[in-house]
Structure formats: C-alpha cells, structure tokens
Design a binder for this molecule. Structure first.
Ligand code: IMP
Ligand code: MG
Length: 194
C-alpha cells in the first residue's frame, strides 16, 4: 500500500494537516462513537463478545469504543494488507497477523475503520466464518457504499460517506495522518494515484 505516488502526495501535503478539509469534526465523530458503543452495550449483553479489529486502521476507533463498553468482552486483532495502489483495491488481501483467540462458538463483532469496495471485509468474513463462530457481525465507522464491488452485510455503520478519500482517526494516506482526531478529506491530484 505504501507506493511512491502515495508518498509523494503525502510529502506534498506535509504532515501538518495542510491541504486537508474536515469532513467529520471531532465532536460529531466522538458523539457517534459513543452511540455505537451504546449499541454494543445493548446488543451483546451476556454474549461473551469478541471484538476483532483489523489493523492498522481500526485501532483508534477500537480504543475509543472499548472505553465506553460496560459489558464483558475480549479484543483481538488481525493484521491485513491489501495489494494494489493507494486508493484502488486489487481484490487480494494478505494476512499479516492472525487472531490469537479461538472464535469457534463465540459471538464476534468485526470492527473496521472503513468499508470501500468491500473486498477486504468479504475476505475476512469468509475466513472467520470457516472457524464456526456462533455469530459474526460487522461494525464499520465509515461506509463508502457507492464504491462497493461485492455485497457485504454491515450491521452497524457510523457514517455513510461519499466517494472521497479520507484520513484521520486511524486512517492514513501513505501512513500519514492516522493521529488526527477528526476525519478529513484529501484531494489526490489526478495522475498521482497510479
Ligand atoms: P476495501 O477492501 O476496498 O473495502 O478497502 C478497505 C480498506 O482500504 C480499508 O480498511 C482502508 O485500509 C483502505 N481505505 C479505503 N478507503 C480509504 C480511505 O478513504 N482512506 C484511507 N484508507 C482507505
Ligand atoms: Mg482497514
């Protein structure tokens, strides 16, 4: 994912949030994350829930979510990387780190930063379903539904967004901007996304 075009764009914008435009401000973002945590608290009482975060993008979202949870839960992470360039998905996904926990018979909620083409989450869902969880559901902070290439069921969506490239709150452009405490759009100039 770390291609040279992406790095060039990131350098152009610098690491000081220049060239970024706020899409979801901090207050709106955190209010919605709190609401999503409330939905988990209501929806998974007594289910010994396993939250599965997909690295790296989901770690900030996951961290904020679990601090609002009042039910019993366990967290684990999977490390994955897509092949292809910065914004277009080739469809292939590489597993960099598998779960530590055995999810057979467990209630699992995948926690994702963004669903774009849906290819990543489709791949992960198939892989996890093969392990026979009692239930497998998905929560994504952001949903770019217009970009969907494959149909994936999503139980919880934070925000539906248009077809724009976003950074912040765990999401990166060539590894930058993950620490922004809001969601911003980045304009990727034509020809840079090769
Ligand atoms: P999908 O397989 O096309 O759904 O892509 C999902 C992955 O692509 C996400 O988990 C992100 O890592 C990355 N991605 C998709 N859209 C964006 C974006 O707007 N900003 C940053 N990363 C993105
Ligand atoms: Mg991701």
């Amino acid at each position: 994912m770390k291609d040279s075009a992406g790095l060039e764009v990131a350098k152009m914008y610098g690491s000081n949030a220049e060239g970024l435009e706020t899409l979801i401000d901090r207050e709106t973002l955190h209010r919605r994350v709190d609401e999503l945590a409330t939905e988990i608290n209501r929806g998974y009482v007594g289910q010994n829930l396993v939250l599965v975060g997909l690295l790296k993008g989901s770690f900030v979202f996951m961290a904020d979510l679990i601090r609002k949870l009042t039910i019993d839960y366990e967290i684990d992470f999977m490390g994955i990387a897509g092949y292809g360039n910065m914004t277009e998905h080739s469809g292939a996904v590489r597993l960099l780190k598998d779960l530590n926990v055995n999810i057979e018979g467990r209630v699992v909620l995948i926690v994702e930063d963004i669903v774009d083409s849906g290819l990543t989450i489709d791949y992960i869902r198939r892989m996890l379903l093969a392990r026979k969880p009692a239930k497998l559901e998905l929560m994504t902070l952001l949903d770019k539904a217009k970009r969907r290439a494959v149909d994936v069921p999503i139980e919880y969506v934070g925000f539906a967004i248009d077809d724009v490239f976003v950074v912040g709150y765990g999401l990166d452009l060539a590894e930058r901007y993950r620490g922004l405490d809001y969601i911003a759009t980045v304009d990727i100039p034509d020809g840079q996304n090769e």
